[in-house]
Design a protein around this ligand. Sequence first.
Ligand code: UDP
Length: 419
Amino acid sequence: MQLSAIDNQTANRSRVPGDTVPTRRFTVLFLDHTAKWSGGEIALLRTLEALDRDRYRAVVALAADGPFADRLREIGIETHILPLSEEMREVRKGSLGGGGLAGKFRAAVTFAGYANRIARFARSIGADLLHCNSLKADIYGALAGRIARIPVLWHVRDHIDPSYLPAPVVRVFRRLAKSWPQYVLTNSESTRAALFPDGSGQQRVKAVHDGLSETELTSPPPSAGTEWKNSPPRIGMVGRLVEWKGQHVFLEAALRLSQSGRRLEFVLIGAALFGEEDYEARLRQQAEAIRSAGGEVVFTGFRTDIRERLRDLDIFVHASITPEPFGQVVIEAMAEGLPVIGSDGGGVREILRTGETGILTPMNDAVALGQAIERLLDNPAEAGRLSGAGYAEVRSRFTAAHNARQVEAAYEEMLGRKA
Ligand code: UDP
């Protein structure tokens, strides 16, 4: 008897009172090529924590071991490592279109072999559905689904656009998205519009915003005081140190503010990815100039205690220079009761209502960002009003439970059942 069948028997119950028809428990196999901590894996963890485990047995297959796998095991999610060569896992998004003909052929053969392995594994656990959580997993997951005849859902969390990926990769991915998966979820309307710019093709597509777990929503509401927590006030960003996240724009604004005689501390939380060390060196040069102008700059490196780090800030800045697919850091900062300035593009527009729950400034505009920071510094009462509204907004619109119910609704549709 297959493992899933045993599980299905023990969970053959309906959660709707009065409904006597037993509901089969379905097995969803989640695929991701990495077990490193990054936004996509954090978002999936939040969904998994909130998923209805009476209805869905979640099994995760990762192409490597790492901190994400450890965390999944800690919370009792069945996790398997089906190794994929490091060479294939680490192919950078920006170089997917390169590598020459021989390289592409080798990659195709490796991915096909891996897809075959995933298909066998999916069958062995009795998977009813494959949920692919990263671009690479989308490709081998879709192939595996075809081989094993299991429906496939793509959860797209990247902006499929030439501002982010090489144009040939964008073309191929957009085309595949129309026919390979049976269902596409995107993390924002903006990600959806980038993936299907002509609005056609994939019938089953839905934008589902990410959300925070109950255990992450425990901070008390911000106080309506007119004092900053720190002296000098501390203004920070959270995110990988990579050019499109716009830390350099933030530091340009920081330099202007410091040169205008304000005493402020600027904090960059996050680390450079492998291959992005030049960008960090550039940021460190900018930091030197800010220090010479009397400002303070702190680089914390990668942190696992983001909530504590956020609570130490007075103002939160998001400064991506290309549309942010969603921007979990923005809801994390709002949840901790911080006033948030976000860049006006992508999913962040769907999170923040400017002047109500935060402030949006044009992407890649250090002058406007500096002015928005000044506006808050000079009006702590306004900052308090925005942070109070942002705090409430996250709790009503961006919870993991809300996200999980929408993901489950997509499964129900795919599996042909009424939610
Ligand atoms: N993050 C973290 N430690 C760091 C920097 C970032 O845990 O030092 C987390 C951050 O709290 C957020 C995620 O990484 O949960 C980034 O997700 P987001 O959607 O903002 O951006 P992505 O990295 O997916 O582009």
